[in-house]
Ligand binder design. Structure first.
Ligand code: FAD
Length: 430
């Protein structure tokens, strides 16, 4: 009996409950479908660094599988067509996949389920808690983080799972080899895709440098090697299990003691969790200009201003530096993201979704729930009880880049741009 496991945002062999559930099959076909390039806000395709990270993650997963006698097949067609052809050709009895929170990703799953003649089993996603646990703790999912955090306060996340033996692949499956990445990582942010690199970073940050112990004081920095964990790229594509990360956090606390920093770190993992469950609940509202709020915010859309923001050629040197860093490395610190997003929304008065789409294109750690959820939060159409965040850019620069080192490193200074009148008011409707 052959089964298929469809990898999506769970690109790992260890601690993968979805994959484990298909290990009693006689043979197992492991597949990945290249993410659909939906043109959104006139932006198409992945930025070079994001694509590199994904390709490296796929090569690394294939290596992990090969060490266990398995192989990863990567296909470019739509999952519904691809999977139904594979099911027919290899007499497959069931297909498994892990849950992802994005609306379009879930629509893909629905299309696959409608087309297949065999069961499509949707497993738990890459979260700390199971759906049952979250629903048991919240009769209705809170719209704001604080009640969510309180509701989960006494519940320990699920433990990581063990790793069973993988069944062999069926014979006669062919797929094109996964290409090598066209770009190299920027020397200032050398994050390589794959579980091994993610686990190495975890060990270095948490255990070797013990940077977790001072995370609360350093997490808002713009630059440095250990101010925050940098684990989001591996968490986002599932090369690193968030349950494993949580388990490591508890080990650290047992060895070195719990403090405000370890508690703060856990609270950030809960933010990730919160946005995941909100995205599932909010469905297509995640992409609406008014977000999940009832407010209709009037804003403008001026293509020249947007192009300047993307290119890092605004009148704000700090924002320019941040945008240059993003495009060159695929990375921006959390404080940097808040400042750049606030600039687009509050200084340029633009539709937040264009900024979110640009982040989606470039961030190594792009995660639909965290990206769109955080953008809505800053724009004041999401889960922020204060109705949005407006960062004073000059004040932020004084606080986080007092000597201008960051702006110099990322060439944020550029000639003053002329003001021009924006006449496309009332954008967008919906
Ligand atoms: P740490 O500070 O070490 O935190 C540990 C982990 O907690 C992170 O890896 C991440 O998984 C989670 N986390 C931390 N802060 C947040 C947060 N505010 N929301 C949700 N989860 C959080 N995060 C993404 O993973 N993907 C995105 O696409 C993304 N887009 C963002 C867009 C905007 C406009 C903003 C303001 C934030 C966004 N974030 C996103 C959240 C946050 O900036 C990153 O998770 C964080 O910077 C990653 O760095 P780190 O791994 O060093 O985080």
């Amino acid at each position: 009996m052959t089964e298929i496991y469809w990898f999506r945002s769970d690109l790992r062999v260890e601690n993968n409950p979805g994959l484990n559930a298909h290990c009693s099959a006689k043979s197992l076909l492991c597949v990945f479908f290249w993410p659909r390039q939906v043109p959104w806000c006139n932006l198409t395709g992945m930025g070079g660094q994001r694509e590199r990270f994904l390709l490296e993650s796929l090569h690394a997963l294939n290596t992990q599988l090969a060490e266990r006698g398995q192989q990863l097949h990567v296909f470019r067609e739509a999952p519904a067509a691809g999977l139904s052809a594979l099911v027919d050709r290899h007499k497959v009895k069931a297909v498994g996949v892990a849950r992802t929170p994005g609306f379009y990703e879930r629509r893909d799953v629905e299309e696959v389920a409608a087309r297949l003649q065999v069961p499509l089993v949707v497993h738990e996603g890459n979260t700390l808690f199971s759906a049952e646990t979250v629903h048991a703790a919240n009769s209705a999912l809170p719209k704001q983080f604080t009640p969510f955090r309180r509701s989960m306060a006494l519940i320990e996340p699920a433990l990581p799972v063990g790793e069973p033996r993988l069944p062999p692949p069926p014979s006669g499956v062919t797929s094109a080899p996964v290409p090598q990445a066209k770009v190299r990582p920027d020397p200032s942010f050398v994050a390589r895709g794959g579980a091994k690199a993610g686990n190495n970073r975890l060990r270095a940050w948490m255990h070797r440098e013990q940077a977790l112990a001072s995370y609360g004081e350093t997490r808002n920095q713009l630059d440095g090697l250990f101010y925050s964990s940098f684990l989001s790229p591996w968490l986002a594509n599932g090369s690193l299990s968030v349950r494993r990360l949580h388990w490591e956090l508890r080990q650290f606390e047992m060895q070195h003691g719990r403090n405000a920093s370890t508690e703060h770190f856990y609270s950030e993992l809960l933010w990730r969790e919160f946005f995941h469950w909100r995205a599932l609940t909010d469905d297509v509202a995640l992409y609406r200009a008014r977000g999940i709020s009832a407010k209709r915010k009037l804003c403008t859309f001026d293509p020249r201003s947007f192009a300047r923001w993307c290119a890092g050629a605004t009148n704000y040197p700090l924002v320019n530096a941040l945008m240059h860093q993003l495009v060159a490395t695929g990375w921006m610190s959390n404080r940097g993201r808040q400042i750049a997003a606030s600039c687009l929304v509050n200084e340029m008065n633009m539709d937040w979704r264009f900024g979110a789409a640009f982040f989606e294109q470039h961030l190594l750690d792009h995660d639909v729930a965290s990206n769109y959820g955080n953008w809505q939060y800053i724009a004041g159409v999401g889960t922020d009880p204060r109705g949005g965040r407006h960062f004073n850019i000059a004040k932020q620069a004084g606080q986080f880049d007092p000597d201008g080192d960051f702006v110099r490193r990322w060439q944020g200074d550029c000639p003053e741009q002329p003001e021009h009148i924006v006449d496309a008011a009332d954008w967008p409707i919906g």
